[in-house]
Design a protein around this ligand. Structure first.
Ligand SMILES: Cc1cc2nc3c(=O)[nH]c(=O)nc-3n(C[C@H](O)[C@H](O)[C@H](O)COP(=O)(O)OP(=O)(O)OC[C@H]3O[C@@H](n4cnc5c(N)ncnc54)[C@H](O)[C@@H]3O)c2cc1C
Length: 545
């Protein structure tokens, strides 16, 4: 390990250590920076991209937008910002969200402490000095007391593991590494590989102008209508006046959305009432049909079968060709047990003459070829291949950095059989490393959880300064208790019986073929209550020195 002397002898090492190094300048990083500055800390944020925005900087693919209502997604911490910013749609598209985050960075003058084009490759805790040494891809090194990761849970894109990938001679893009310049589909033969939330958004846009679109589907997903629309002036005024109630609602709901489960069970009501309730949810905006449905649809098999049957009937009604409709109806998991993509005319796309669905379960891809691809049954020629193949979720962005704690212990190795954390914020043996949106933290409508996480970490750091403390580490018994709590909260959920990024599965990543409990699946209020207790009890689950 590097010693203090070796550090001092290295001309690439920053001479003045920072109080805190922050990795990432997405929603988490920007707000953390704001709070750390408020505490008077000397901070440097390193960001791999050339600008702020994280998810909304990278995911520039056509159709990219969030599925949280815009006014429930933006930051809530600044009443002034809330009044200044006007969302144009109920679900804003990526360019608008990126503009918003740039506006935030400018308004709070955050850019001065962010170093762009700076990918962190390693972060090593120095036992002797109790500091973190951070290395960038260009070899430069920096030191700080605190290391805060704001590296995203969906930020490490994965390509499919296919033979011949590099041989393709046409254009190809991963949706999360989309070019900054416009990409035209007009007159082109386009393939979209992947039908998760991103693929569903992309397919609807590409189908508008492509000469021919081939959708390559491995896993059919249950999609539901978004019902997006413009926000008119009157609604805008009402939204701005209602912000205190909107955020109070998000604090109360199960997953910080405006929607929360109905207290009735599916079979407590008559068949007619059930059908009418499903119809109502299907006709409403956003995640209501997933997050605001009967309380047992995600835990009771019969209840889940009822909503799955309802959505299957909708798909059959919207897709003209019955054989295509059957391919689009998931047979291996129930509604809502994987992330539900929201759509506007996704199913109708398959009624267009220029769109073809290839079921990769029936005819798997054999290889990518210089002109397209070959399945076991046919060959296809494309001008452009779009990989909507998602992310090495939750732990992927951590695995891509060589993070080492006390005694040079590797985080990746420590988490090889699944992550273990305290509150999703700390890892035992990695003193003064705080994770924002780390594994086992509350997710849901993520900015609400980000704000809570950031404020919790800022409070802890403030506490440490106030009491002359320089080191915080999670106690092993606290990690064990939190891990048990997380496992307990996941028990009985049908989603934990399904392969998805939420259960740590990614067939494109080596070592991610076994299900693990990668996320906390209890309620956000229960998460916050536990974190508040830790503070109220004087952080006794942490070793503070
Ligand atoms: C397409 C898409 C749609 C989404 N829709 C919703 C939605 O509807 N509702 C919702 O709540 N959430 C949604 N999310 C989740 C979204 O990621 C969060 O809402 C939020 O943006 C996360 O912010 P973050 O700052 O924690 O992470 P990110 O926005 O992912 O930012 C992480 C940043 O860290 C940087 N970084 C990572 N590793 C390094 C490194 N080694 N060195 C330097 N920099 C690094 C990255 O470049 C990135 O800029 C969506 C995600 C995607 C991909």
């Amino acid at each position: 390990m590097a010693t203090t002397n070796a550090w001092d002898a290295d001309p690439r090492a920053a001479s003045q250590p920072f109080d805190a190094i922050l990795i990432g300048a997405g929603m988490s990083g920007l707000y953390m920076l704001y709070r750390l500055r408020e505490l008077g800390l000397k901070v440097r944020a390193f960001e791999a991209g050339t600008g702020v925005g994280g998810t909304w900087y990278w995911n520039r693919y056509p159709g990219a937008r969030f599925d949280s209502e815009s006014y429930s997604y933006g930051y809530s911490f600044s009443p002034e910002l809330l009044q200044e910013w006007s969302w144009s749609e109920h679900f804003a598209a990526q360019p608008e969200t990126l503009r918003y985050l740039n506006y935030v960075a400018d308004k709070f003058d955050l850019r001065g402490d962010i170093q762009f084009k700076s990918r962190v490759t390693s972060a090593h805790y120095q036992d002797a000095s109790g500091s973190w040494e951070v290395r960038l891809a260009d070899g430069s090194r920096y030191r700080s007391r605190f290391l805060i990761t704001a590296i995203g849970l969906l930020s490490a894109p994965t390509m499919p593991r296919l033979e011949g990938l590099a041989s393709f001679r046409g254009q190809s893009f991963h949706t999360a590494a989309w070019p900054h310049e416009p990409v035209s589909f007009a007159g082109k033969r386009v393939a979209v590989l992947g039908t998760g939330a991103t693929g569903v958004q992309t397919i609807q846009e590409v189908a508008k102008t492509a000469a021919h679109l081939t959708v390559l589907q491995r896993t059919a997903n249950w999609c539901a209508p978004l019902h997006n629309s413009q926000i008119d002036a009157d609604t805008q005024r009402r939204i701005k006046a209602a912000y205190p109630e909107i955020f109070a609602r998000c604090r109360e709901t199960f997953a910080c959305f405006l929607h929360t489960p109905d207290q009735r069970a599916t079979f407590e009501v008559t068949a007619e009432e059930r059908e009418a309730f499903f119809e109502k949810l299907y006709a409403e905006r956003g995640f209501g049909i997933w997050q605001g449905n009967f309380r047992d649809i995600l835990s009771d098999r019969a209840a889940n079968a009822a909503i799955s049957d309802f959505v299957a009937r909708k798909i059959r009604a919207r897709v003209h060709d019955p054989a295509v409709a059957e391919k689009l109806i998931p047979k291996d998991h129930g509604f809502g047990t994987r992330r539900v993509p929201l759509e506007t005319f996704y199913y109708e796309v398959y009624n267009q003459p220029n769109v073809e669905l290839v079921d990769l379960r029936q005819t798997p891809i054999a290889r990518i070829t210089p002109t397209g691809l070959a399945t076991r049954a046919a060959t296809y020629a494309f001008d452009l291949i779009i990989y909507a193949t998602g992310f090495d979720a939750i732990t992927g962005s951590f695995d891509r950095i060589d993070i080492r704690g006390r005694g040079s212990e590797s985080l990746k190795a420590k988490w090889a059989k699944g992550p273990k954390t305290f509150l999703g914020v700390q890892v035992e043996g990695f003193p003064n490393m705080f994770m924002l949106m780390g594994p086992h933290t509350a997710l849901g409508n993520i900015p609400r959880s980000i704000e809570y996480n950031v404020e919790w970490v800022a409070k802890l750091i403030g506490h440490m300064y106030q009491h002359g403390l320089t080191r915080a580490d999670a106690l092993p018994q606290a990690v064990a208790a939190w891990t048990d709590f997380v496992l307990d909260k996941g028990r009985g959920l049908l989603s934990n019986e399904v392969d998805s990024w939420m259960t740590g599965i990614n067939s494109n990543v080596e070592g991610k073929q076994t299900r693990v409990v990668a996320r906390y699946s209890g309620s956000a209020p229960a998460y916050r209550q536990r974190c508040d207790e830790v503070v109220a009890q004087g952080y006794r689950e942490l070793a503070l020195a």
